[in-house]
Design a protein around this ligand. Structure first.
Ligand SMILES: Cc1ncc(COP(=O)(O)O)c(C=O)c1O
Length: 432
């Protein structure tokens, strides 16, 4: 069933070049993964055609009986995976999940606290260039210079001083478990909402390899495409639904409702229109995969691989923020090496290894240059790589970073990357 090749050869070639790139390079971007064929099939299926504004059983359009079934399955499976009483699977992305959650619980102009972007937070946690920084009054907390972990003395001090209405925990480059319980103690002292963004460790949370936010947080957001290995998208959850006793007003009716109804109406019509039903159905497929026992083997291997890589880098005198990892992410601080994050990313890319430059805590370089790189193991673990390959990968990265201008080094690394990729094939059926 391949039509693109004849219908639009130009785009077909672009697509095939991307399949080739994904299969022939080492993908170490911590926020990326490779979905299964069934997820790809659903994401590329006919549900892309369907308008379904509203929610299952309450749509503004006819003909929704099958997309309703898919959305109900996505919600039920996500509830089971995360032990959540309420789930909304419609956010188009993690950013939209965060926008809807924030708009539900607080008003523009309110004060929020989130982890500083340069310390591992995310744009939507209060960066001045993002809606969150423009519409809310933001007080950022940071990690401790020595430990690289969230500094709860500082969080508590700032919380008492600025009295935020809501604190966001979680981030994009935080290698350690998110400390939900410690954050809960702080919000209880000041009477604020606690929102967890588990976009990164969601797959680990779903399989019990990372603590669950559900007992502690008022609302939990995630993406579905990182460690959870689903299609690109977002999701909002609550461990327990609760009555809206906070005076939060719904966008349309203004009536007092349960928080679940408020979140639903904030996602649609609050910030989105028609849901992406092909993606929601693909989320359901991915959640079904994540409910299989083999998914826990996969996520355990992700963490073991990240810890093996971390140890290998420490043995080569690399400085890791927080000294290691509990998750799939390691953040390398390159300040003791003679290379910037930007130059490392570029040299590694030439050698067939994809990472991203990343600010490190207390970075003196700009976000365009940076002093660090972030590395993640979800994608290479999907290919089947294990601890032995991690040692090789650490060695390859070290060779490139130690001599980034040396073309002999780069071509030697390219050939080893090729051997590795050939031994752990990806998307062969799409290439042939
Ligand atoms: C912690 C966190 N939250 C939210 C997002 C936003 O997700 P999206 O890119 O789907 O908008 C990301 C993406 O990297 C993230 O790392």
């Amino acid at each position: 069933m391949f039509y693109l090749k004849d219908a639009d050869p130009e785009l077909h070639q672009i697509l095939m070049r991307e399949v080739g790139r994904e299969s022939a390079t080492l993908e170490l971007i911590a926020s990326e993964n490779f979905v299964s064929y069934p997820v790809l099939e659903m994401a590329g299926g006919v549900m892309t055609n369907k308008y379904a504004e509203g929610y299952p059983g309450k749509r503004y359009y006819g003909g929704c009986e099958h997309v309703d079934e898919a959305e109900n399955l996505a919600r039920d499976r996500a509830k089971k995976l995360f032990n959540a009483e309420y789930v909304n699977v419609q956010p188009h992305s993690g950013s939209q999940a965060n926008m809807a959650a924030l708009f539900t619980f607080i008003k523009t102009g309110d004060t929020i606290m989130g982890l500083d972007l340069a310390h591992g937070g995310h744009l939507t946690h209060g960066s001045p260039v993002n809606f969150s920084g423009k519409l809310f009054n933001v007080v950022s907390y940071q990690v401790d210079r020595e430990t690289g972990r969230v500094n709860f003395d500082e969080v508590r001090k700032l919380a008492k001083e600025y009295k935020p209405k809501l604190i966001i925990c979680g981030g994009s480059a935080y290698p350690r478990h998110i400390e939900f319980e410690d954050f809960k103690a702080v919000v209880d002292e000041i009477g604020a909402f606690l929102m967890a963004d588990i976009a990164h460790p969601a797959g680990l949370v779903a399989t019990g390899l990372h603590p669950s936010p559900m007992p502690y947080c008022d609302v939990v957001t995630t993406t579905t495409h990182k460690t959870l290995r689903g299609p690109r998208g977002g999701m909002i959850m609550m461990g327990k639904d609760r009555e809206n006793t906070f005076g939060v007003v719904a966008p349309k009716s203004g009536r007092v409702k349960n928080m679940s109804e408020l979140i639903d109406s904030m996602v649609m019509p609050g910030i989105q229109g028609g849901p992406l039903m092909h993606i929601i159905a693909a989320k359901a497929v991915a959640f079904g995969e994540a409910l299989q026992p083999s998914f826990k083997d996969y996520t355990s291997q992700i963490v073991q691989n990240a810890q093996s890589l971390a140890e290998a880098f420490l043995n080569k005198d690399y400085h890791l923020v927080s000294g290691g990892t509990d998750t799939h992410v390691i953040l390398i601080d390159l300040t003791n090496k003679e290379i910037t994050g930007k130059a490392a990313e570029k040299a590694l890319e030439k050698a067939g290894i994809t990472v991203n430059k990343n600010m490190v805590p207390f970075d003196e370089r700009s976000p365009f240059i940076t002093s660090g790189i972030r590395i993640g193991t979800p994608a290479i673990t999907t290919r089947g790589m294990k601890e032995d390959q991690m040692l090789i990968i650490c060695d390859l990265i070290d060779q490139v970073i130690s001599d980034p201008e040396n073309d002999d080094v780069i071509s030697n690394v390219i050939s080893i990357v090729k051997e590795l990729c050939d031994s752990f094939p990806l998307y062969d059926d799409l290439l042939n």
